[in-house]
Design a protein. Structure first.
Length: 216
């Protein structure tokens, strides 16, 4: 059995989307980061960095944390959503890690300084808004040349990127309200992914109950 320890964040939704896309049975365990549950000893034993998500695959004896690695593991486990070898594999992986190293941290910092910080710091907001727009421009250029982020095939690079773009758009309409209007390729991609049944289910992870089993 696969156990997913997660919360309702962009990173937390990535593995849920992948599990749904791959039709793998899994149990969801809520780790409420608003209640500091990521610091509880049982969770730290799985995720030493006290960050969600984490995954335990009892069948294969695997315990891993970090969303990018979880996506890569699930793809390798099933032979889907990631080329198994050669240049195509690394083409996709570079975009996966582009999201992990760029989109995630920059969009996350924008969200913090623009929405959650008690003191609004214009310099910080401008810094992360500028970088977020630059990253969206990179995504636009990529999607103008490729059907999906990693290649012309849907992959874990798309799964990693979509929740972050959806979140930054939804949470910052005053700053990024016209982002999709001015980026038609990103808009096309967002509409396409939003209609996928597995994306719909994965994005709704933990919306019904704190702990649940899912049959994909």
């Amino acid at each position: 059995m696969i156990h997913l320890y997660t919360w309702k964040t962009p990173n937390g939704r990535k593995p849920a989307i992948a599990l749904e896309e791959l039709h793998l049975d899994y149990a969801v365990h809520a780790v409420d980061i608003n209640q500091d549950q990521q610091f509880l000893p049982d969770f730290v034993a799985i995720s030493p960095n006290s960050k969600i998500p984490a995954l335990v695959d009892d069948t294969h004896g695997v315990r891993i944390f970090e969303s990018g690695v979880i996506l890569e593991y699930l793809a390798d486990r099933t032979g889907k959503l990631l080329p198994t070898s050669g240049p195509a594999r690394y083409e996709t992986l570079q975009w996966l890690y582009w999201q992990v190293g760029g989109i995630g941290p920059m969009f996350g910092q924008l969200g913090f300084f623009a929405n959650r910080a008690k003191e609004k710091l214009p310099l910080a907001i401008d810094r992360y808004l500028t970088e977020s727009n630059r990253l969206l421009d990179v995504l636009e250029q990529r999607l103008a040349a490729s059907q999906y982020v990693g290649s012309d095939d849907y992959s874990i690079a798309d799964i990693a990127t979509y929740p972050w773009v959806a979140a930054v758009m939804a949470n910052n309409p005053q700053l990024l309200g016209d982002a999709l209007v001015t980026r038609p390729s990103v808009n096309r991609w967002m509409v396409s992914l939003a209609a996928r049944p597995a994306v719909i289910k994965g994005m709704a992870v933990l919306s019904d109950s704190a702990s649940e089993s899912r049959t994909a």
